[in-house]
Design a protein around this ligand. Structure first.
Ligand SMILES: Cc1cc2nc3c(=O)[nH]c(=O)nc-3n(C[C@H](O)[C@H](O)[C@H](O)COP(=O)(O)OP(=O)(O)OC[C@H]3O[C@@H](n4cnc5c(N)ncnc54)[C@H](O)[C@@H]3O)c2cc1C
Length: 478
């Protein structure tokens, strides 16, 4: 289909609202020019840039933040540098990339550490595993009364998973599973109460089981099985996972240009202009854009995206996650004898300890992670309100925690202007069938990458896969 071009005047007028950069005339070839400009120094953009440099191309990476890594983000202001983003390296390519660029790694499977049991808290009350089968809050049928809320969905998905190969999820033969997870679970006999507890509480799919296509959990179940067969990988970067993308960035011939927020891209017959919100402009033969979809939605792109690609960029949603990272003066879990891990239906979502010190038994910090609706609720309280509310909640549930907690860091991925969402993009019911492939179709001289465009993998592994695909798209055009 012929791209729907806006006139230069229209483009400049609409872009002016976003950035003054657009009132500047077309950049002359050779002025701040490169063969390829990569937008974003996350795992996908860095991988694309490194691969293109290997081909002898002159590549510049533009990054909006003042740090490398995107959604791989280790908190330097909390003891032990806990992760606000990617928690672990679980894929072969991510592991090989980390090793290749000399990032020091820790094998988590060699760090047994403290009790990983989870404390169940519903309606503000602790429910012990022995109380759970008879609890009036337990929605499960007779033969499943011992199932904990977090343990219900995975076995059901695993048992019914029709996918055999990693590309099967996009095969039209499986389109009948492109229905909501809620509908699928209902078909398996789950009641609304079960789905509400097992999926919607601490929901990893936007706000509820209605938001995700069943092909998503099928695909992650298949990946998990493949990883198990290949031998489990569970590494973290020494000093934080962010050290891995930082090592990748050091491997580039030309430094990443930091704090360059791209606000528009214009693809023309002989090159691409990239406009930044501080007025800086760049020109390249090709552009690779790695920004997450909520950011892409707000970029001025000329020619404008059209048809299914435009629809997909407008409509895709993301997982939600708001986190409060804390330290404890005393290990209060030793005082009350309960595990530090908590799974709640309250505003703290889940609480989990990080053990990043020299001893695997030492808890260096705790993180409350609100998901789905709880994430949006914490966002509404604001950073200080959310920190206070989280500590109050934990102290009410566990009096031993009284006066022990200090909240050091609040991060909302959905409010983060360079992300707009957390771990992954959500394929909603019908969206795999409607949008697959179109989302990352090359647009003139602009290629797209990022975990949201990966076919086979997810997380960091998917980001690397997508960066390699986008780099090969550029190479094919040379
Ligand atoms: C809470 C959480 C837990 C996770 N856990 C895991 C895990 O355990 N294992 C795993 O493998 N993955 C995990 N992930 C997912 C993983 O972090 C991401 O899939 C991966 O890092 C995405 O890389 P990316 O390059 O696609 O996107 P990003 O990392 O988002 O990179 C995009 C880059 O573009 C930059 N950018 C955005 N807008 C602009 C702009 N306008 N101009 C210039 N630059 C811009 C951003 O700052 C960013 O650096 C987790 C993520 C989160 C949030």
């Amino acid at each position: 289909m012929k791209p729907n071009r806006v006139s230069r005047r229209q483009f400049l007028q609409s872009a002016a609202a976003v950035s003054v950069a657009f009132v500047t005339p077309k950049i002359a070839w050779g002025q701040t020019s490169a063969d390829v400009i990569v937008i974003g120094a996350g795992m996908s953009g860095l991988n694309a840039a490194l691969l293109l440099e290997e081909q002898g191309l002159n590549v510049r990476v533009l990054e909006g933040r003042n740090r490398i890594g995107g959604r791989v983000y280790s908190l330097g202001n909390v003891p032990g540098n806990p992760e606000a983003g990617a928690n672990a390296i679980v894929g072969k390519n991510a592991l090989a990339t980390a090793r290749r660029f000399g990032a020091e790694l820790i094998d988590r499977s060699q760090r047994p550490g403290i009790n990983r049991e989870r404390l169940l808290v519903l309606g503000g009350k602790i429910i012990s595993p022995s109380e759970w089968p008879d609890s009036p809050q337990n929605p499960f049928p007779k033969d499943q009364r011992e199932t904990m809320p977090w343990g219900y969905v995975s076995p059901l998905i695993s048992k019914n998973n029709p996918l055999k190969n990693l590309e099967d999820w996009v095969d039209p033969a499986h389109a009948s599973y492109d229905i909501s997870l809620h509908t699928f679970l209902e078909k398996q006999g789950a009641t609304d109460r079960i789905i509400q507890l097992a999926v919607d509480t601490n929901c990893i799919y936007d706000r509820s089981a209605h938001d995700a296509s069943t092909l998503m959990p099928f695909q992650s179940d298949l990946r998990r099985k493949f990883r198990q067969r290949a031998g489990r990988i569970n590494f973290v970067g020494k000093g934080g996972n962010q050290r891995v993308p930082e090592a990748m960035a050091r491997g580039l011939k030309r430094q990443v240009i930091m704090q360059k927020t791209v606000s528009g891209i214009r693809s023309e017959a002989d090159g691409v202009d990239v406009y930044c919100s501080d007025g800086a402009q760049y020109r390249a033969r090709f552009v690779i854009c790695s920004v997450p979809v909520p950011v892409l939605r707000n970029l001025r792109i000329d020619p404008v995206l059209t048809g299914v690609q435009e629809q997909a960029v407008k409509s895709m949603s993301y997982s939600l996650c708001t986190q409060i990272h804390m330290t404890a003066k005393r290990p209060f879990w030793e005082d009350d004898g309960l595990p530090p891990y908590m799974w709640t239906d309250g505003l703290v979502g889940t609480v989990s300890p990080s053990r990043n010190g020299p001893s695997p038994d030492e808890v260096t910090s705790l993180a409350a992670r609100g998901r789905g609706l709880m994430a949006t609720y914490l966002d509404r309280l604001g950073p200080e309100g959310a920190k206070a509310a989280v500590i109050k909640y934990i102290e009410e549930i566990r009096p031993a925690a009284k006066g022990q907690l200090t909240a050091l860091h609040f991060h909302s991925w959905q409010l983060d202007p360079f992300a707009g969402g957390a771990d992954f993009m959500i394929w909603g019911p019908g969206e795999v069938t409607a949008f697959h492939g179109k989302l990352w179709e090359r647009h003139g001289r602009i290629s797209f990458c990022g975990e949201h465009t990966a076919l086979l993998n997810s997380g960091q592994e998917g980001a690397l896969e997508s960066g390699a695909r986008a780099a090969s798209e550029v190479i094919e055009q040379l």
